[in-house]
Design a protein around this ligand. Structure first.
Ligand code: XMP
Length: 310
């Protein structure tokens, strides 16, 4: 496929659809929404409004990093501070599906929904890819009709039009387009990070303290394994405790799991045989975090495990 021609064609199409109107999109920092943002910005310039929602569940420095990366590309991104809304929606929820639903609802109905209603834009750009459509049709994924998720009645609100410039591509195609657009490697080759973000890596109820802990552990793991070229690597905070000894005193502390997998499309995954020296170093650093006295390495492939814990 000629990705350069794809880019030219999509830019022309966005321009034709939007005319002299305004368009809006939400950027997550993932490769799909990043590519849509650059395509739409090239097509519309100032007539594109891009927002990044800080949901309190991102990795260390991530919201600022994404905003800065786009500022360097000359694309302004509005950072929306919505930490409180997400933490409130998650409060006390322990069931994985309920946690995921709370995050989806808060994003669409509450936070991004409000931006859409306030904005004068009548066009929404969305990073839907072919796999999303196929998985929705096959019933693997919950349907992702963005207008329905935003609580917009498509029969009444014909003003809104959703544009999905990537809907004919799969992930590898999107990464090729990212390269053609000159996106930096940190975006074009970013490892998968789930929509529910760190909430998928805190088993049980999500609190600010637990998020801070898993965030710190994630930063250690990402730093130590940056050169591993593994498909995905991260830390998980269990909802269980173990006894340990610190400064000659017993403590009942947290347990963190290290996960590092190889895969091509995340449908199946094998566990990376990390060198002991690396495992020891990560364990030492993770158990230096406050009140963490165990670090476990998960040896389970997918299946039977999934990649994430929640
Ligand atoms: P599982 O845990 O289902 O994960 O084996 C497979 C791949 O998908 C990622 N993942 C998600 N990505 N929204 C996403 O965009 C989600 O809700 C979600 N849940 C899991 C996961 O990180 C892995 O790469």
């Amino acid at each position: 496929m000629d990705y350069q021609a794809f880019v030219t064609q999509q830019i022309a199409e966005i321009r034709k659809e939007v005319g002299d109107g305004l368009a809006l999109n939400a950027l997550s920092g993932g490769v799909d929404s990043s590519v849509v943002t650059v395509l739409a910005h090239r097509a519309l310039g100032k007539r594109l409004q891009t927002v990044f929602v800080d949901n309190a569940l991102m990795r260390e420095g991530e919201p600022q990093r994404v905003v800065q990366a786009f500022a360097k590309l000359g694309i302004p991104v509005e950072l929306i501070a919505a930490q409180k809304a997400f933490l409130k929606a998650l409060k006390g929820k322990t069931d994985p599906e309920k946690k995921r639903q709370a995050i989806t609802d808060t994003f669409y109905k509450d936070v991004f929904g409000k931006v859409v209603r306030k904005s004068k834009a009548k066009f929404l750009l969305h990073g839907t890819i072919l796999t999303d459509i196929e998985e929705t049709v096959a019933g693997i994924k919950r349907q992702h009709n963005i207008l329905v998720q935003l609580g917009i009645d498509t029969r009444k609100a014909y003003g809104y039009k959703v544009l999905e410039p990537l809907k004919s591509l799969r992930k590898d195609g999107v990464r090729e387009v990212a390269k053609v657009l000159g996106l930096p490697d940190e975006i074009a080759r970013r490892m998968p990070f789930p929509g529910p973000a760190l909430a998928a890596r805190v088993v049980g109820a999500v609190t600010e303290a637990k998020l801070n802990l898993v965030r710190a552990a994630t930063a250690i793991v990402e730093e130590e394994l940056a050169n591993s070229a593994a498909f995905q690597y991260f830390a998980v905070l269990l909802n269980d405790y173990a006894t340990g000894i610190r400064n000659n005193r017993r403590e009942f502390g947290h347990i963190i799991v290290l996960r590092c997998i190889d895969s091509t499309d995340a449908r199946e995954a094998t566990v990376r045989e990390l060198p002991w020296v690396v495992l020891h170093r990560i364990t030492q650093r993770i158990t230096s975090l406050p009140n963490v006295n165990r670090c476990l390495y998960d040896l389970t492939p997918k299946p039977p495990a999934t990649v994430e814990y929640v």
